[in-house]
Design a protein around this ligand. Structure first.
Ligand SMILES: Cc1cc2nc3c(=O)[nH]c(=O)nc-3n(C[C@H](O)[C@H](O)[C@H](O)COP(=O)(O)OP(=O)(O)OC[C@H]3O[C@@H](n4cnc5c(N)ncnc54)[C@H](O)[C@@H]3O)c2cc1C
Length: 390
């Protein structure tokens, strides 16, 4: 059988799990697998909040994930010429290359929503901003040690996380923990550390039951986070966080955690997009109107053919998509009927600082909730398995 070239664009959770599944599923089908990514590593994006709190490594070089059987090209894909079955990418020197494929998997993911520059604060968007956030709260604590004015010292010991999705919850919990620890080490009173979590909604965790939202809030409160509901942050300016209701909170640091947007670079790819900017695919992840091109993960608009419900932009949904995609590709190559997408069960794992977590799942109409150390253990397992860490 003739060897085919399978290119995967993007080595996020969707991309690496797709490669893993394709290699396990396509035995007997000669396939040359190439991963193209802008970065020389897989970024464990869900752990970005940890980088804002501590100096931890949250990247894994490609060679550690795939020691053999996968070639890696570093570059940014700029265009897909679907008629010619070719794509164009720009390498790290800025040189453009064309490369041919037989099978193409587009998994270029999402970007983190940023506030406008006038809104001030720091958005937790990448490794660089995470390091700047870490530096800022550490500098604030050091300045607080020397500060004699009580009001100014309290401002330096106060931070706000604007945006109370899962990422905001995890960031505020982790920050409260590390800032309290650091405060104690600097002979400051850890109880003076104040973290505000600014939530535009009525309650936390609208994705699940109200009682889980309340449970999350109880743990956060116990750990030093104050949740402000029905509250919208507008701007950080001159040490004040201005809120939509006209009030202002003195703060030393404002972190924005505003959620995800489909990768805007998709607009130049030449593939069909939905009005929201995701790639339009059929029930088996085939890109509409093209041959041999598939898309999964945050960049694809994937709906359950039975319920019509769209998958969210989460890695827990991208991974079953990746596993199913491998079966779809094998079925398409052998001219057999391919499996169709099915929504993944409702499941959320949330870290609540380095010592606690919460897992909520709904199955057979029942809610399952695990908290504390067991919740964290499951949380860690999901973080590791998503990044193929053994
Ligand atoms: C702070 C934070 C916390 C989160 N927490 C959770 C959580 O707890 N649970 C959960 O399920 N989900 C969580 N998510 C969402 C999760 O991270 C995403 O759903 C997941 O990363 C999607 O995976 P992906 O592979 O589709 O895209 P991404 O992870 O965005 O990966 C895309 C890859 O494509 C590469 N790329 C982009 N453009 C190009 C290009 N033009 N050419 C070549 N390569 C390109 C990028 O470098 C990247 O490696 C969180 C997200 C954030 C930001």
């Amino acid at each position: 059988m003739k060897e085919r070239t399978c290119i995967i664009i993007g080595g996020g959770y969707a991309g690496i799990n797709a490669i893993n599944a394709i290699r396990k599923t396509t035995h007997g089908i000669p396939l040359r697998v190439i991963l193209i990514d802008k970065q020389p590593y897989h970024l464990r994006k869900v752990l970005l909040f940890k980088s804002a709190a501590e100096d931890v490594t949250i990247t894994i070089p490609w060679s550690e994930i795939f020691s053999e059987g996968v070639s890696f090209l570093q570059g940014a894909v700029t265009m897909i010429k679907s008629q010619e079955k070719q794509l164009q990418y720009e390498d790290t020197e800025g040189i453009l290359h064309d490369i041919s494929y037989d099978i193409l998997v587009v998994a270029v993911g999402s970007v983190i929503r940023q506030p406008s520059s006038e809104q001030g604060g720091m958005a937790l968007t990448d490794l660089h901003t995470a390091a700047s956030i870490r530096q800022r709260w550490q500098e604030n604590l050091l300045a607080a040690v020397k500060e004699t004015d009580k009001i100014e010292r309290q401002r330096l010991l106060t931070a706000a996380v604007a945006g109370a999705g899962i990422s905001g919850i995890e960031t505020s919990a982790e920050l409260a923990y590390v800032m309290r620890q650091e405060a104690a080490a600097l002979q400051l009173d850890p109880a003076d550390i104040r973290i505000f979590l600014i939530n535009a909604q009525d309650r936390l965790f609208p994705e699940g039951p109200a009682k889980v939202g309340r449970k999350l809030e109880r743990v956060l409160t116990r750990n030093g986070v104050t949740v402000l509901h029905r509250c919208k942050a507008v701007q950080e300016k001159d040490g004040l966080l201005l809120l939509a209701d006209g009030k202002a909170i003195p703060i030393g640091l404002c972190i924005w955690t505003l959620g995800l947007l489909p990768n805007p670079e998709l607009r130049s790819f030449g593939l069909p997009l939905t009005p929201d900017g995701q790639i339009a695919v059929d029930a088996s992840y085939r890109v509409k109107g093209t041959q041999g091109i598939y898309s999964i993960g945050d960049c694809a608009h994937i709906t359950d053919p039975v319920s019509g419900r769209a998958d969210r932009m989460t890695c827990k949904e991208a991974i079953p998509q990746a596993n199913r995609l491998a079966k779809v590709i094998v079925a398409d190559l052998s001219n057999r009927p391919a499996p169709a997408h099915q929504a993944y069960m409702e499941l959320f794992c949330i870290g609540l600082g380095p010592e606690q977590g919460l897992v909520w799942a709904r199955q057979w109409g029942l809610d399952f909730v695990l908290t504390g150390k067991l919740g964290l253990k499951i949380r860690k397992f999901t973080w590791d398995s998503a990044s193929l860490v053994q």
